[in-house]
Ligand binder design. Structure first.
Ligand SMILES: Cc1cc2nc3c(=O)[nH]c(=O)nc-3n(C[C@H](O)[C@H](O)[C@H](O)COP(=O)(O)O)c2cc1C
Length: 371
């Protein structure tokens, strides 16, 4: 089975990189993104098509299964927040081989986001420039999409504050976060509070200790019983992380998503013209997110569940971060540059590596190189 999947994925990768990607990369990135989301939503409606797609893209192995915070993850690879902003793809992602999905970011009120252009490709850097500014249809409409639905995979809901000038004021932004959580939490397997979107008016106030502390106090006053994650910025320093962990320790937080987009434009890894605004995804995030994961896991160990997110392009990358302390990984950019078979190729490669290293299950590899 594994050998069949290996050759199947090689063929899919060659077709994607040799034929489809050169054409897609000539076209506007946001148009292509919208097209694939609509196409995926359409395909997901039909069970024979879902079955056929799973034959092409899925890979299953019990060694990848984990129960985390009471949630059953059939494999550790999830679709990161930002690809499926308006909850269109929940029916199809299982067939594509993912183990879970994070939808959103969703905000209490609908938001058109920033004006276009707001998505750029940096092909030599293997990165995307993102300046969407939290475009989404808002919690009220989007909650209906999850209501009364049984999903094949865990669905995390990523909540941010509505990107509008009223929320430049911190108390208003906090009320907005709390309102979004209250509407969405009953439909989510887990909730993520996005502290670190770099594309909102007024910057990234909630990675600052004072605002973060105030936000968490208000969230605790309206508790949810769902597992609760916070998503941080890759640009945080170790000193900022120390303060962040101190505040996090006082609140009901189960996990940390490490990390969001980077705003640091002077990295030597950047080999393309820099977009006029926005944050960077992909390979430029990887070393920064890995450094923060390693630092935090060494400090707090298994106190939190870590989801690694930032520039995962291969099973080697995924295994490396699992051994540094990540229980789960999420990705977007790797899938855009390598093709959708990357998901099963990572899962297949992980099974190969944990078997080689004598682990019976992926969870046995957790943090082994960062004790
Ligand atoms: C097109 C795009 C839109 C994104 N939108 C969001 C978002 O709405 N909320 C969020 O928390 N992260 C968002 N992100 C950040 C991703 O979730 C992820 O943290 C980042 O892209 C690093 O992962 P990657 O290198 O695998 O893409 C977005 C990323 C991309 C590429």
């Amino acid at each position: 089975m594994s050998r069949y999947v290996k050759y199947r994925n090689r063929l899919l990768s060659a077709l994607y990189k040799g034929i489809l990607k050169p054409v897609l990369f000539l076209l506007d990135p946001e148009d292509i993104h919208d097209f694939f989301v609509r196409f995926g939503a359409f395909l997901g409606k039909f069970s024979p098509i879902r079955w056929k797609i799973s034959k092409l893209f899925d890979y299953r192995n019990e060694k990848l299964r984990q129960k985390i915070l009471g949630i059953d993850f059939r494999n550790p690879v999830g679709l990161a927040a930002g690809f499926d902003k308006d909850i269109e793809l929940t029916d199809i992602i299982s067939s594509l081989g993912f183990g879970f999905e994070e939808v959103g970011s969703i905000t209490a009120k609908a938001c058109d986001g920033n004006p276009r252009p707001r998505l750029w490709r940096l092909p030599k850097t293997k990165s995307l420039g993102v300046w969407y500014g939290l475009k989404n249809k808002g919690a009220k409409i989007l909650s209906k999409k999850l209501a009364n639905k049984i999903h094949q995979l865990p669905i995390g809901v990523n909540i941010a504050f509505t990107n509008c000038k009223e929320n430049l004021d911190i108390p208003s932004a906090i009320s907005d976060y709390v309102a979004g959580i209250q509407v969405m939490e009953k439909y989510a397997d887990y909730i993520t509070v996005n502290l670190s979107c770099p594309n909102t008016l007024g910057g990234i106030p909630f990675i600052m200790p004072e605002s973060y502390g105030k936000l968490m106090v208000e969230i605790d006053k309206n508790p949810t019983n769902k597992p609760f994650f916070v998503k941080i910025s890759p640009d945080m320093t170790h000193q900022e992380i120390d303060k962040f962990l101190e505040i996090t320790g006082r609140h009901r937080v189960h996990g940390i998503i490490c990390t969001n987009l980077s705003k640091e434009y002077d990295q030597k890894e950047i080999k393309d013209p820099i977009p006029p605004q926005g944050g960077l995804s992909g390979r430029v995030v990887f070393p920064k997110a890995l450094d923060l994961l390693s630092y935090m896991y060494k400090k707090v160990g298994n106190k939190y569940i870590f989801i690694f997110c930032g520039g995962i392009f291969s099973a080697d990358d995924a295994y490396r971060v699992i051994k540094q302390g990540a229980s789960l990984i999420e990705l977007i950019t790797g899938m855009i540059f390598e093709g959708p078979q990357i998901v099963s190729e990572i899962n297949r490669g992980l099974v190969e590596k944990i078997t080689r290293d004598g682990f019976k299950n992926i969870s046995e590899a957790l943090g082994v190189e960062n004790k």
